[in-house]
Structure formats: structure tokens, C-alpha cells
Design a protein around this ligand. Structure first.
Ligand SMILES: Cc1cc2nc3c(=O)[nH]c(=O)nc-3n(C[C@H](O)[C@H](O)[C@H](O)COP(=O)(O)OP(=O)(O)OC[C@H]3O[C@@H](n4cnc5c(N)ncnc54)[C@H](O)[C@@H]3O)c2cc1C
Ligand code: SF4
Length: 815
């Protein structure tokens, strides 16, 4: 059962990656009660899978019974890799902590297709926070001098006259700060303890950083910030996936989440039906990553009136490009294979920096980094196995040799076959002379994130960044050449696609709501206490590896939160639920229409079975949030491509009663599909009135009232009306096929519209083809279908005649 502590906090932090962990620690240390909700699970040292079976299950998709670490996305122009687990991206990242170059904080840098990239903060704003994060994460340049791939990168950069460095890595190499590096030495526990309660060891150079470090040598966020946050009282909950949130009237937020059960691994789960839990907070920090936080904002947009139209903009993959050096050669003539041994050492150990026109030092184009990207030893085995021709030749040779020996042919009965086995395995030269390279830099942040049928969609391609990517490829080819090898694109590039491990943007900061979703401290414009403190808030590429900048930004934002809190201490208890918000399990709002549906009509009174009639209607159109006038909503929605459709089955349970009732009320079930409302929203309760009168004999109305709930659990009402009125000209078709709709906050009962908050408006129409289909959907059930059709038809045509018939009467206006 929930206690007050379970359901209320000063701050709820969604996600435990770089932004979320820093925020949790800073705010808990500052004395606020903090709850962290992380969807993934904890990974203590030793728990990262390595077997093929374990790796095959190591993906995140609870609906498919997968509760693992890798969360892979595929969009039009790119693939994206992010992590799910306690510590977010730090679990699988390559530990590089680089600061964003001072001159790369651009101002009003134009983007192709309109708009611009603008950073409302500069390097100076982040500098003290960079230092604090580096200290906490133990940033140390790679200390070993004899690692082949690192030496090769340094040598290649020297030959090419490029700037190369060993960036700080968040890895423990020595048993004490400043000491000699020693592989496999115990790491002393910090004063704040470790939330896993397990020993850690210094780096053994296994190259497995991107799969999770089983030694605990990586100073990941669970070992550092999250352990410290817990030490300061933060309540860290794993397996908790946030679905939605809503502002409370007295200030603060209600957060809705579901709890996953990893014991269901391997079993499909209807995750949409998991019960929603709730927690209230004064401040809400979204730190679910660029994909996660933007997705949450897009899905909950209806409950956040006035949210900037910059939502979804400024997406960038931070210029990520993967390339490959193969067949590196050594010696003056370049004849001998060059040992690069890419599986020795942490994944990244060095970074070549290529300048930017902004640097003002004669460099041209957009700047970037090229880093060595190592891999685990088993990948080298896979690479060798993939060398089919060599492998087949060697295997055949080995088999022949054994046959000869068995039958006493050839060199005699030799029982020591070590040498032959070594020949069977081959020289391993292919993988030994190969080195993946990871490029990243200032690509063009003109991607747009949105919803497509409720799923996250990213519209970004390499097209506008083509010159940038060509330059990165050229440098990679130069590095390959300097190592006597050849450069190879990763196969995705053949289709001009990239894989990004650094998605950024979607809820960018800006100077005002016209420019960004959040201010320069990550607070969402118009929504006090709601923050975005992760990669989503960055308004463009970092250029370098971004996690340090994300963490420093969160550190700076939390400083301001704590200052504000000290100036205006707020109670932990957030406001009461807004009108219309219905608690889970409570009856769905006031349902005056619903009771009418349960009325006992004439048929019930006489004990006879009633005849029902139903038909299915589909309407489509455009809506826009932030407007109250349907016509305006349609125009704006059309311009922005914001579509809405519904498919409703309207049922009059008892046609006699339906005809006799002056409100002609029927029930409506089905769904509304609208990406600005979060995707597909099932109708929880719906009512339809065929023709109602409002005192004007020349007017009838068809009314719709649908109680919906967005994917985050926020209740909404769609109200619609068709105005049937005899205006000049023959307008009977347009009157009966045009629905003016408004979206209201909460589940609003009949009679409550005037007081309700209007979130948006628009116009839906029935297309001729849909109408033709609608005519085929009429069905009846019960003892007297003919009478039901007749009654309904008479009512329909009779009412139309009442409105339009006058014009056909002698002396009426001719059509
Ligand atoms: C293979 C790889 C190597 C990398 N190497 C480096 C590197 O060397 N240096 C560097 O700077 N960067 C690196 N990165 C990138 C770095 O990991 C990300 O930039 C960083 O993690 C982003 O931080 P974040 O706070 O935005 O989000 P994340 O770290 O992605 O954290 C988001 C968290 O939110 C959780 N979450 C998402 N949705 C919900 C929800 N609805 N409810 C609850 N929880 C939710 C996720 O499970 C996750 O834990 C690498 C990434 C990868 C994949
Ligand atoms: S190289 Fe191996 S031991 Fe070192 S940090 Fe990476 S995974 Fe851990």
C-alpha cells in the first residue's frame, strides 16, 4: 500500500542517466526529498550478460518480454542506440568526458530550411559545473603507453599534422588517485558507499565498456552520483516507467507510471494495460534522454497548454559516423601487418580534433572529432570467423593433414598437433590489423521529432550535413592511409544512413518560447517547476561526446533550483488534483450522459426486448492546440500537418426510445487518433445526440461528447457539433458532414463546457468515400429490424425536412 512518502516528494526525477543522476544527487544533497523513477533495472558488477543467450535477451521491449539494456530505434535517416537501466547511458558508454568547445556554442547560426541554432548559454556558464562533474566521475586520461591502437592513433595524427589528445575517461585505472595504473586492483569504496554493495576492480583493458563493465572499473552513474544520491536520502525506484504527468492546480505535478516485472522476461505483456501508479511532486525533472523526454512531452502535450511549438525541433545525432580501418601495415615498405589489437584497452582512448570555421584559426567547415573505437575480444573472433575463404582453406588443410596422419601417409604419426592447430586458427591478422573509428561533430540540427500514430518519429537525414560527413570520412581515410591500411565505410553509409549513440534535441532550450521549449536552466516555458535536464534540452550538437555537457547543464540547473528553494521553501505536498482528473479505479467522471443510456425505455417498461440500431462513422480533419476557435484550429492544424480522425460506432440501444426522446441520444464507442494528443486514444465513454433543438425552429444540432484519456493518463473530452441550418445555397451535405470540435481538459460532463479549459479546436469532415462506407455499416439487433430502420429513417429525414424543407415549399428559396 502507498504511504505518503511513496506518493509525494519535493522532486520526481524521470530517468537515471547523466541528467537524472546529477539532478537526483544535487537535489537530495540540497535537502529536498527526491524520488527517481527509472524504467530499467540495476546492473551490479558481474551482472552484464556475455553469453549468446544472454546477449540475445539484452534488449528493452517489455511488450515482447525483453527487459534488457539496449534500446534500439530506427527512423527514416538513422538508427539510434540508447540504454535502459540504472545509470542510463553510462552503463554502455565509452567513458569519454570532453567539454564542448568554447566557440561551438553558436548564436543564431542559420539552418537550411529556416530557423537557426542558438545556444543561450556559453562555455563560461558551464565551466565550474564541468569541473565538478569531472571530479565526481573521476575523469582520467588513459594512462598506459604501450596500447597498440592508442599509439597508432597518436602516430597517425602526428604524420597528418592533426591535433590529438587523450581525453579524460570516467574509468578507475589506479587503486588510489594519482597512483600507478594496475589492472584488477580493488577500488576503495567512497564515503557515500555503493548502492550495489559489491566490490569493484580497476580496469583490465578488456574493451567491453559498451557491453557494461563486469569489474565495476567504469565510474558509471550507479557507482557515483546515484550511490551518493541514495546516501543523501533519494528514493531510487527501478522498473518504473513513466507514462505521463499533469500539472496540478495549486502548483506541482502528478506523475503516472507503471511498474515492470522483470520476472516476466520471455513473456509478452500488454504493457498498455499495466495499472497506472501516481506520485505528486512540487518539481518534475524529465531526464529520460533525448528520445524519452521528447516522447513524454509529445504524448502529454494536451495537458501542457502553451507548450512551445519548438517541441520536437533541433534534433541532431551529434554528427556520429562509424568508419573502419582494415589491413593496417607496418614497416618502411608497408609489407608486414600492423598490430592494432583493438580489443585491448577501453573502447575509446584517444581523440583527434579537426577544427571548425568558428575556431578562427583558418579551419574551414564544421568541426569534429575522430576517436579510436575498440571492441571486445569475442568480436575479433567473429570477425575472423567471417573471413570465409581463409577459414575454409585452413579447415580443409587441417582435415587433410589429419587424414594423412591417420592413414600413415606424409610426415608420419605425429601426435603433437599444436603447430597445426595454430595454423588452423590462422594468423588472426584480419582483426589484429583492424580499427573502428568513431567520428562525431557539428552536424546540422535540423531534425524534427514528432508522433506518428502514437509512436516516436524522427525526420532527419544526412542530406543537409553531407559536406560535414564527407569531411569526417576524408579524415578517417587519411588516418587509415597513415597506418598503411584502407578505409571502409560502415555498410549503413551505402544508404547514407548513420547510427547515432548521441541523440540530442527535441525539447531545446532557448531565450524565449518562440525559440525553445525550455529556458537556459531547463525549465519549461509557461510550466513552472517542470524541467528537461538531459540530451533533449541541447539545442544543437555538442560536437564532442555529449554526456559531460549534459551532466554539467543539469548540475547548473539544480544549483538554481536549490537557490530558489532556499529563497521560497515550498511544501512537499503538491496541489490537489485538477477538476476532471479522475483517480485510477474511480468512476470515470460525472457521466450524466451515461445514466441516460441506462434509462429504462418503453420497451423495458413493457418487458419486451428492444431493437437496437448502430452504424460506424469515420471523420477526419485538422486540429491545433492552444486555440479555441475550430475554424482557426483547422487552418493552423492544416498548416502544421496536425491531423485528427475518429472512428465511432454509434448505437441506439432501443430505437423506439431513441426516437421518442427529444434529445435523441445514443452511445458512442471507438477511438480518436491524433498525434498532438499522444496517438490513439480509446473512447472511455461516449455520447451522441442526433438532432437536438435549441429553440430556433430552423436549426438542429448533432452533438458528440467523448471522454478520452491520453497515453499518460490525463483525461480529456472531445466535444463536437454539427450545425444543421438552412443557410443560403444548398448546404445540407456540408452541414451534416462538418463537425466543429474542441478538446477540453478533464472528463467534462454535459453542461460543464463553459467552465472547462479549452485545450484545442479544429474541424473534422466525412469524406464522400467514408460516407458511402458508413451507409453499409447500419445494423440492427432485436425483434423488429424493419421498424427500427423505419423509425430511424423517419426521424433523420423528418428533421432534415424540418430544416431545409421550407425552401422546397411553394414560395421557398430555390436551391
Ligand atoms: C555505445 C555508446 C557509447 C557512448 N559513449 C559515450 C562517451 O564515451 N562519452 C559520452 O559523452 N557519451 C557517450 N555516449 C552517449 C551518452 O551515453 C549519452 O549522450 C547520455 O547517456 C545521454 O544522457 P541523458 O541524460 O540524456 O540520457 P540517458 O543517459 O540515455 O538516460 C535516460 C534514462 O531514462 C530512462 N528512461 C527513458 N524513458 C523513461 C521513462 N518513460 N520512465 C522512466 N525512465 C525512463 C532510460 O532507461 C535511461 O536510463 C555513448 C552512448 C552509447 C550508446
Ligand atoms: S576496458 Fe574492460 S575493464 Fe576497463 S573499463 Fe572497459 S569494460 Fe571495464
Amino acid at each position: 500500500m502507498d504511504t505518503a512518502g511513496d506518493t509525494e516528494a519535493d522532486v520526481v526525477v524521470v530517468g537515471s542517466g547523466f541528467g537524472g543522476s546529477v539532478a537526483a544527487h544535487q537535489l537530495a544533497e540540497g535537502g529536498l526529498s527526491v524520488v527517481v523513477l527509472e524504467r530499467g533495472r540495476p546492473y551490479p558488477p558481474g551482472s552484464f550478460p556475455r553469453t549468446p543467450a544472454g546477449m540475445a535477451r539484452n534488449f528493452w521491449d517489455p511488450s515482447e518480454g525483453l527487459y534488457g539494456m539496449f534500446d534500439i530505434w530506427s527512423f527514416r535517416g538513422l538508427e539510434g542506440v540508447v540504454s535502459s537501466g540504472l545509470g542510463g547511458g553510462s552503463l554502455i558508454y565509452a567513458n569519454v568526458l570532453l567539454r564542448k568547445d568554447e566557440k561551438w556554442f553558436v548564436h543564431e547560426s542559420p539552418l537550411p530550411g529556416g530557423g537557426y541554432e542558438n545556444w543561450p548559454i556559453g562555455r563560461g556558464d558551464l565551466e565550474p559545473h564541468y569541473e565538478r562533474v569531472e571530479r565526481m566521475l573521476g575523469g582520467t586520461p588513459y594512462p598506459y603507453r604501450d596500447t597498440p591502437k592508442t599509439a597508432a592513433m597518436e602516430e597517425a595524427a602526428d604524420r597528418l599534422g592533426l591535433d590529438v589528445s587523450r581525453p579524460p575517461l570516467a574509468v578507475t585505472f589506479a587503486a588510489r588517485p594519482g597512483g600507478e595504473p594496475v589492472p584488477g586492483a580493488p577500488i576503495p569504496e567512497p564515503a557515500y558507499g555503493n548502492l550495489h554493495g559489491l566490490p569493484r576492480e580497476t580496469c583490465r583493458l578488456t574493451g567491453e565498456c559498451d557491453l557494461g563493465c563486469n569489474l565495476g572499473a567504469k565510474n558509471t552513474l550507479d557507482h557515483t552520483y546515484l550511490s551518493a544520491a541514495r546516501h543523501h536520502g533519494a528514493d531510487i525506484r527501478t522498473g518504473c516507467e513513466v507514462r505521463g504527468f499533469a500539472a496540478l492546480p495549486g502548483g506541482g505535478y502528478e506523475v503516472r507510471y507503471v511498474v515492470h516485472d522483470p520476472a516476466r522476461e520471455g513473456h509478452r505483456t500488454a504493457t498498455g494495460r499495466l495499472p497506472l501508479r501516481r506520485i505528486r511532486c512540487r518539481r518534475l525533472v524529465l531526464a529520460a534522454g533525448a528520445f524519452g523526454s521528447t516522447f513524454l512531452l509529445l504524448r502529454n502535450r494536451a495537458g501542457l497548454p502553451g507548450l512551445s511549438t519548438a517541441l520536437g525541433t533541433r534534433f541532431s545525432g551529434n554528427g556520429d559516423l562509424l568508419g573502419l580501418v582494415l589491413d593496417a601495415r607496418a614497416g618502411a615498405a608497408g609489407t608486414a601487418p600492423r598490430r592494432l589489437a583493438s580489443s585491448t584497452g577501453p573502447v575509446i582512448t584517444s581523440a583527434i580534433r579537426v577544427g571548425d570555421a568558428l575556431d578562427g584559426d583558418g579551419s574551414t567547415g564544421r568541426g569534429y572529432y575522430v576517436e579510436d573505437a575498440g571492441y571486445p575480444a569475442f568480436v575479433a573472433w567473429l570477425a575472423e570467423a567471417a573471413q570465409v575463404s581463409g577459414g575454409v582453406r585452413r579447415t580443409a588443410g587441417f582435415g587433410l593433414d589429419r587424414l594423412r596422419s591417420r592413414f600413415g601417409l606424409g610426415s608420419g604419426p605425429r601426435s603433437d598437433i599444436s603447430g597445426r592447430l595454430a595454423r588452423l586458427l590462422g594468423p588472426g591478422a584480419f582483426s589484429d590489423a583492424a580499427l573502428p573509428l568513431l567520428g562525431m561533430g557539428r552536424d546540422v540540427p535540423d531534425g524534427r521529432m514528432g508522433l506518428r500514430r502514437g509512436y516516436l518519429d524522427v525526420d532527419w537525414t544526412t542530406l543537409t550535413s553531407r559536406r560535414y560527413f564527407e569531411r569526417v570520412r576524408a579524415t578517417m581515410a587519411d588516418v587509415a592511409g597513415a597506418l598503411g591500411g584502407s578505409f571502409h565505410d560502415n555498410p549503413l553509409w551505402w544508404a547514407r544512413r548513420v547510427i547515432t549513440v548521441h541523440p540530442l534535441g527535441g525539447a531545446p532550450m532557448g531565450r524565449h518560447p518562440g525559440e525553445g521549449v525550455c529556458d537556459a536552466h531547463g525549465e519549461v516555458f509557461g510550466h513552472p517547476g517542470l524541467y528537461v535536464l538531459d540530451g533533449a534540452v541541447l539545442p544543437g550538437p555538442v560536437g564532442a561526446n555529449p554526456s559531460l555537457t549534459i551532466a554539467a547543464f543539469a548540475d547548473r540547473a539544480c544549483r538554481r533550483i536549490l537557490e530558489e528553494h532556499a529563497a521560497r521553501p515550498a511544501s512537499a505536498t503538491a496541489g490537489t488534483a485538477p477538476a476532471g482528473v479522475v483517480a485510477a479505479g474511480a468512476p470515470g467522471g460525472t457521466t450524466s450522459g451515461g445514466t441516460a443510456l441506462a434509462d429504462h425505455g418503453p420497451a423495458a417498461a413493457t418487458g419486451q426486448r428492444a431493437t437496437s440500431l448502430s452504424f460506424t462513422e469515420e471523420m477526419k480533419g485538422y486540429v491545433s492546440l492552444g486555440v479555441t476557435d475550430p475554424e482557426e484550429g483547422r487552418e493552423l492544424g492544416r498548416a502544421q500537418g496536425r491531423r485528427m480522425m475518429f472512428r465511432l460506432t454509434i448505437t441506439a440501444d432501443d430505437v423506439d426510445r431513441f426516437v421518442a426522446d427529444p434529445r435523441h441520444r445514443a452511445g458512442a464507442v471507438g477511438h480518436v487518433e491524433c498525434d498532438v494528443l499522444g496517438g490513439r486514444l480509446p473512447v472511455e465513454a461516449g455520447w451522441f445526440n442526433l438532432f437536438t433543438r435549441d429553440g430556433d425552429p430552423t436549426r438542429r444540432r448533432m452533438l458528440y461528447r467523448l471522454h478520452l484519456r491520453d497515453p499518460g493518463g490525463t483525461p480529456l473530452t472531445l466535444v463536437g457539433r454539427k450545425e444543421v441550418h438552412d443557410d443560403p445555397g444548398l448546404d445540407v451535405w456540408s452541414d451534416t458532414s462538418t463537425l466543429y470540435v474542441r478538446v477540453l481538459a478533464g472528463h467534462v460532463p454535459e453542461g460543464g463546457d463553459a467552465e472547462a479549459t479549452v485545450l484545442g479546436a479544429g474541424v473534422l469532415v466525412i469524406l464522400a468515400a467514408d460516407f458511402a462506407r458508413q451507409l453499409t455499416t447500419f445494423e440492427t439487433s432485436g425483434p423488429d429490424p424493419a421498424r427500427a430502420f423505419e423509425g430511424f429513417g423517419r426521424l433523420f429525414l423528418g428533421e432534415l425536412w424540418g430544416v431545409y424543407g421550407a425552401r422546397f415549399a411553394p414560395g421557398g428559396e430555390s436551391p
